[in-house]
Structure formats: structure tokens, C-alpha cells
Design a protein around this ligand. Structure first.
Ligand SMILES: Cc1cc2nc3c(=O)[nH]c(=O)nc-3n(C[C@H](O)[C@H](O)[C@H](O)COP(=O)(O)OP(=O)(O)OC[C@H]3O[C@@H](n4cnc5c(N)ncnc54)[C@H](O)[C@@H]3O)c2cc1C
Length: 380
């Protein structure tokens, strides 16, 4: 069976590595070493680490070596009042990780050097006489074809071109929050280390250190679902007003972040949080979707890349054993439905009129912690 993988981000790289020895070609839009689209940091959940530990131990070791452990998760109000404090090992079998995007892509793409065609952006889809899919790529030298594939895997992210070509553009549902992210590299004096969240009303800062002396900061604030992000909100002054508590005295961590936002506001990446319906395969199983291409979800529990890891690991296992796109769906879809529903439910405190104090304290109760344990450990 000839397999083509579109996109070597998180899911595509792991699938390609897991299928080594099979007739596999990976196609990636960016040039080798070009991480222009991956400028910030992220946290990857313990469930992804477990999947790698069980099935791809070399990648598990590489990820651990390039990252810091995500061992603790705390939630404060912007004045420093503590609402939630969790030792990750209370609900997981190993810590998650904190890493820079550029490092994550580098270490996942490392094993693929021999069989990735870089500078190939999927543009169109044709079919050969045998009914195999023929992807058409835009390259620096014009349009290129590489023959027919029995299976094409769309691992090309949230705006998947393969999904659009095979099944139409998916409708996006906006969550009603703006989300922005920033990587601060002049961070030697940062007063915190592991994963923290700080609420002021329903607006929330999230931050942690990543390797190389940098700090990742992400902010969210409510935004009517049908509205664009107002330019007036994209300033240091507006963000300071949003995250300064009524007392006028932010805690040391929030004060530090506000100073960095002022300094680096031009580098902030702004987006609106959205989900699209899950689609695992199309075109009678000749097109399979993994990661964000199949299941873009809200980032509240940090499960986007984490689920893309699970997708890559599981799909490699199923396809290696001779399974098809329907078998990958059977192995993934109920798990993904659980994670999407849980991520959405956990977003409650980001949206008015939710009471942040009561909603966050509820997350220290057994009902939430048991779901978190299921999320982090129910990985085969
Ligand atoms: C603000 C924000 C914060 C986030 N924070 C976290 C977090 O802390 N933890 C977490 O787990 N997740 C996080 N996520 C989610 C995470 O970014 C995605 O879920 C994850 O990257 C999906 O992985 P993927 O492999 O599906 O796609 P991607 O990693 O997006 O990879 C897609 C690949 O396909 C390539 N490609 C795209 N189009 C084409 C084409 N036409 N032809 C060829 N190649 C193509 C791209 O260059 C890329 O290499 C966050 C997302 C956002 C927006």
C-alpha cells in the first residue's frame, strides 16, 4: 500500500516515523529547518508522554531531553489569591512537558530526513485510472505530482487543505474568546517557573518557563462570537486594564507579565478560539485525517498537540497492523469525543457570566479530578 502524508507537524511526523519501512512519502509545505510558523511555546499533557513511552520510546526520550517537566498546575486570581494547586502526579503516571514549538518540530522531524519532500504545499487533488488519489503540490518550480497513493493522510493542521479538497471547508464554531500568545526570551527575572493561570474576571493569563531561559505567555478574554478582535484591544494599555485587579495591585507574576506585554506587544499572535466538527476519513477511506485536520479543539486543557501525538502514535500502530482509515476511526473517535467534550466543559470559567472562584474551586473536587485522571492515563 502506498501512503502519502500531507504535513509533518505533530501528528504527521509521528505517523511517518512509525511507518518507516513501509512505502511512505511525507510532503511538507515549509523548507527544512524553517520554523517560521512555530514561534511560541506549549505544554504537552502526560497522556501524550504515556503514548510515546509505550510505543515510541526513542521519541519519548528526545522529548524529555528537549523540554522541562510539567509537574504542577496552579490557578490564582490576578491579585495572587490561590484557588487551585495540583501536583500532576496526583492524576497522571508521569509529568507532561513544557517546550518551545521550534524545538518540538525539530525533534519530531529529525527521523524523517530521508523521506520528506519539503517545499511541497498541497494545492489540488486528482485521481488516476486505478482510482488512487494523486495530490498536486505547489513548489518553487511550479506544480508537481508524485503519482497515485492508496491512502493520503491529512496531517496538515487546522486549515487542512486535504480536508477542504476531499470533503469541503468545515464550518467553524467560535467559542467566544480571543486567545493570544507570546514567547518572551529576555526572561531571566521571571518570578515563577511551572504552569500557572491567573484570572481577572473571566480574562485569564497562562504562563510557564520553557527551555532556553524563555517564558511562554498566553492570554484569553471574552469576545462576542460574531466579532473580530478589536484593534483597540491589541495594545499594552488595553491588556494592562484587562488583567489589573480592582485593587489596582497585581501580584508579582501578573505585574511581570504586564511589563513584558507592554514591551513585546508587537510580537503577540492574536486568534479567536474555534472548533470544527470531527471528520476522520473521506472519499471512501482513501483520505484519512489526523490531529487538527480531523479534530481542531479549544485549547483550554492544552490537548491540541497532545491529541495530535496520540493520533500519530495510534494511526501508525493500526496501519502497520494492516488496518485502514475506518480502523483508525474505531481506535480514535470515542477518545477524541471525550477529550473535546471535557476541554469544552473546562472552558466554563473563560466565559461570562461564570463565577471564576466557584468554577475553579470545583476543579479541585473529585468529579473534575477523576476526569483529568481519565484524560491523562486512559492511553493504551
Ligand atoms: C494559541 C494556541 C495555543 C496552543 N497551545 C497548545 C498547548 O499548550 N498544548 C497543546 O497540546 N496544543 C496547543 N495548541 C494546539 C496545537 O497548536 C495544535 O493542536 C497542534 O499543532 C496540531 O498538530 P497537527 O499535527 O495536527 O498540526 P500542525 O502541528 O499544525 O502541523 C501541520 C503541518 O502541516 C503543514 N501544512 C499545512 N498546510 C499544508 C499544505 N497545504 N501542504 C503541505 N503541508 C502543509 C504545516 O506546515 C505543518 O508542518 C495551541 C493552539 C493555539 C492556537
Amino acid at each position: 500500500m502506498r501512503i502519502g502524508i500531507i504535513g509533518t507537524g505533530v501528528a504527521g511526523s509521528l505517523l511517518a516515523e512509525g511507518l518507516q519501512g513501509f512505502d511512505v512519502t511525507a510532503f511538507e509545505r515549509v523548507a527544512p529547518g524553517d520554523q517560521a510558523e512555530s514561534g511560541t511555546g506549549l505544554n504537552i499533557g502526560p497522556n501524550a508522554l504515556k503514548a510515546l513511552r509505550l510505543h515510541m520510546p526513542a521519541r519519548h526520550a528526545a522529548l524529555r531531553a528537549a523540554s522541562l517537566p510539567w509537574q504542577r498546575w496552579f490557578v490564582d486570581l490576578a491579585d495572587g489569591t490561590r484557588l487551585f494547586d495540583l501536583d500532576m502526579l496526583a492524576v497522571a503516571e508521569e509529568p507532561g512537558v513544557r517546550i518551545r514549538w521550534s524545538e518540538l518540530y525539530r525533534l519530531l522531524r529529525e527521523p524523517l530526513a530521508g523521506f520528506t519532500r519539503h517545499g511541497h504545499a498541497l494545492e489540488a487533488l486528482e485521481e488516476d485510472a486505478a482510482g488512487r488519489l494523486v495530490p498536486v503540490f505547489r513548489t518553487a518550480d511550479g506544480l508537481r505530482r508524485d503519482g497515485g497513493f492508496d491512502l493520503l493522510v491529512g496531517a496538515d493542521g487546522r486549515y487542512s487543505r486535504l480536508r477542504a479538497l476531499a470533503a469541503g471547508e468545515p464550518p467553524a464554531t467560535l467559542l467566544g474568546v480571543c486567545i493570544w500568545r507570546l514567547l518572551v526570551t529576555d526572561a531571566a527575572d521571571c518570578p515563577y517557573d511551572d504552569y500557572g493561570q491567573w484570572f481577572n474576571g473571566n480574562a485569564r493569563l497562562l504562563s510557564f518557563r520553557v527551555p532556553g531561559g524563555a517564558v511562554y505567555i498566553a492570554g484569553t478574554f471574552p469576545l462576542p462570537a460574531d466579532e473580530r478582535i478589536p484593534e483597540a484591544m491589541k495594545t499594552g494599555v488595553a491588556q494592562r486594564a484587562l488583567f489589573t485587579p480592582k485593587t489596582g495591585a497585581p501580584c508579582a507574576a501578573v505585574a511581570w507579565m504586564l511589563a513584558k506585554i507592554d514591551q513585546h506587544v508587537a510580537q503577540i499572535h492574536w486568534a479567536r478560539s474555534a472548533v470544527v466538527p470531527v471528520l476522520r476519513h473521506a472519499l471512501d477511506g482513501r483520505a484519512l485525517f489526523l490531529g487538527d485536520a480531523a479534530q481542531a479543539m479549544v485549547p483550554t486543557l492544552g490537548q491540541g498537540a497532545t491529541q495530535a501525538v496520540e493520533c500519530g502514535v495510534v494511526a501508525a500502530r493500526v496501519l502497520r497492523a494492516g488496518g485502514d482509515a475506518a480502523a483508525v476511526a474505531a481506535a480514535r473517535d470515542s477518545r477524541v469525543a471525550f477529550v473535546r467534550d471535557f476541554s469544552m466543559a473546562a472552558s466554563d470559567t473563560l466565559l461570562p457570566p461564570a463565577d471564576v472562584v466557584a468554577g475553579t474551586r470545583r476543579k479541585m473536587q473529585p468529579e473534575f479530578l477523576n476526569r483529568l485522571r481519565q484524560l491523562y492515563t486512559e492511553v493504551d
